[in-house]
Design a binder for this molecule. Structure first.
Ligand code: SF4
Ligand code: SF4
Length: 453
């Protein structure tokens, strides 16, 4: 694609990076076929190619974002399906991230939008605030129909109420800073990793990380959750709030770098392990996010270079022999951030198969479930249609349960089906000697224990 940026514009590194991306697009339109919003809405401006043109026009002209551009960029899920499809290697993620940040600084949203976005940014990345908000949402749920009728913002507030869980798990003993060493009967020590505690996940499903710690320990890996770590910044990054995202990321980078550089015997880190693929995609991109920051460029690149999804890391170790036999049928839902963002497609399924489960692919598996960070709150109608489509595709497989590697998808899909939904690591943990995942308690006991840890 031909571009027309001035030399002065290209002196801005963010603009130079976007110009380079724009030039790789040959406007072939292959990406439109796999874009969820184009699939649903059929409008070229809600396709990757259409958005690329809108973003080009906005950036090239040095213009503030218009309401039209904001509408179509806001409707983008950042699912990155277009990146998997694109034959020219267009880095749409970096382009749309730049567009969102440009929108945030040049466009004045209507007051109710500003208020709602500020609320989400002030609550979701903070576990204690988020827990309180969920308790508040429970109180608000009986008034949902009244809330939904509020002008302009009712549909989004109703979506927030709908997404709040019926019961909130208690605080988990593993959700704290500290070191979790392998048990005495574990094999010889094989590694030491930091595990991202995360923000929303630690409140909604703390059992995910608890299972990951047990699984890693059982494989001879010491797990550390360093003091000082915060949200990884992904949530506000996707809202275009760069200052907030960078501040979160810097705190977390500092906490991990201190662990990486610890000199004492048996310290240091072999990997930074992440159980939420949405967070993992952002952490793997820290090197790019901070490339122009002299104080953080090197540290961020070091962090990104050892960041791994938990299934990637366990696959590199090799999974222990399963200690149960199971005939459970698992529909594996690959989060967009897992398959499109990180390119992890086979490891989780291979691990589940090795653990003894019958794994089924979900038809249209490349299409987003509608979760996408705060998308299911900010764009509830599109998110709802995508969820219905995803759930229908999953239920058609008649599985016993659903496994996924991202808390956002677990919450979004879980609201549309009665099938139990668990994290992949919970199944791997169970199969290799851990407890049966709580979410599967109601499932008929068809797994046959053959040994105990
Ligand atoms: S597939 Fe790639 S090159 Fe073709 S229009 Fe889409 S982004 Fe551009
Ligand atoms: S990120 Fe997803 S929703 Fe956005 S343009 Fe690409 S395929 Fe479409």
């Amino acid at each position: 694609m031909q571009t027309n940026f001035s030399l002065a514009q290209l002196a801005d590194p963010a603009m130079a990076a976007s110009e380079k991306i724009l030039r790789t697009c040959v406007h072939c339109g292959f990406c439109t076929a796999t874009c969820p919003t184009y699939l649903l809405l059929g409008d070229e401006l809600d396709s990757p190619r259409g958005r690329i043109y809108l973003i080009k026009d906005m950036l090239e002209g040095g213009k503030p974002a218009t309401a039209e551009v904001v509408k179509h960029v806001d409707r983008c899920l950042s699912c990155l399906s277009c990146m998997t499809t694109c034959p020219s290697g267009v880095h749409y993620m970096h382009l749309v991230d730049h567009a969102r940040s440009h929108i945030e600084t040049t466009f004045v949203r209507p007051p109710e939008d500003r208020w709602l976005r500020a609320l989400l940014a002030a609550v979701l990345p903070y576990p204690n605030r988020f827990r309180l908000a969920l308790l508040g949402a429970k109180l608000g749920q009986p008034f949902r129909s009244v809330v939904a009728r509020l002008p302009r913002v009712g549909n989004r507030l109703a979506a927030m109420l709908d997404l709040a869980p019926a019961t909130l798990p208690g605080r988990n003993p593993t959700d704290r800073p500290g070191v979790f060493p392998p048990p005495a009967n574990a094999p010889a020590r094989r590694g030491r990793v930091a595990l991202l505690r995360g923000c929303a996940q630690s409140v909604l499903r703390p059992d995910f990380n608890e299972a990951a710690i047990r699984l890693l320990n059982r494989h001879g890996v010491e797990v550390v959750q360093p003091k000082g770590e915060s949200c990884c910044g992904a949530l506000t990054h996707h809202m275009g709030r760069e200052d907030s995202a960078h501040a979160f990321a810097k705190r977390t980078i500092d906490a991990w770098i201190a662990e990486m550089d610890a000199q004492a015997d048996g310290k240091g880190l072999d990997a930074i392990v992440v159980t939420a693929s949405g967070c993992g995609t952002t952490i793997k991109d820290y090197g790019f996010m901070f490339r122009n920051d002299p104080a953080y460029a090197e540290k961020a690149a070091r962090v990104s270079s050892i960041a791994k999804d938990v299934t990637e890391y366990v696959a590199s170790l090799g999974l222990n022999e399963p200690v149960i036999e199971s005939d459970l049928v698992v529909a594996y839902h690959s989060a967009c951030s897992m398959q499109h963002g990180q390119g992890i497609r086979t490891e989780p399924k291979n691990l589940l198969k090795r653990a003894g489960f019958l794994v089924k692919d979900v038809p249209e598996g490349h299409i987003c479930c509608g979760s996408a960070g705060t998308y299911n709150i900010l764009q509830p109608e599109i998110a709802e249609r995508l969820r219905a489509r995803k759930v229908a595709n999953i239920e058609r497989m008649q599985p016993d349960l659903i496994a996924t590697g991202n808390i956002g998808c677990a919450t979004q899909i879980g609201k549309g089906t009665d099938l139990p939904i668990v994290h992949t690591v919970e199944l791997l943990d169970w199969a290799t000697g851990g407890p049966k995942p709580e979410a599967l308690a109601a499932l008929p006991e068809r797994a046959l224990p053959v040994a105990a840890e």
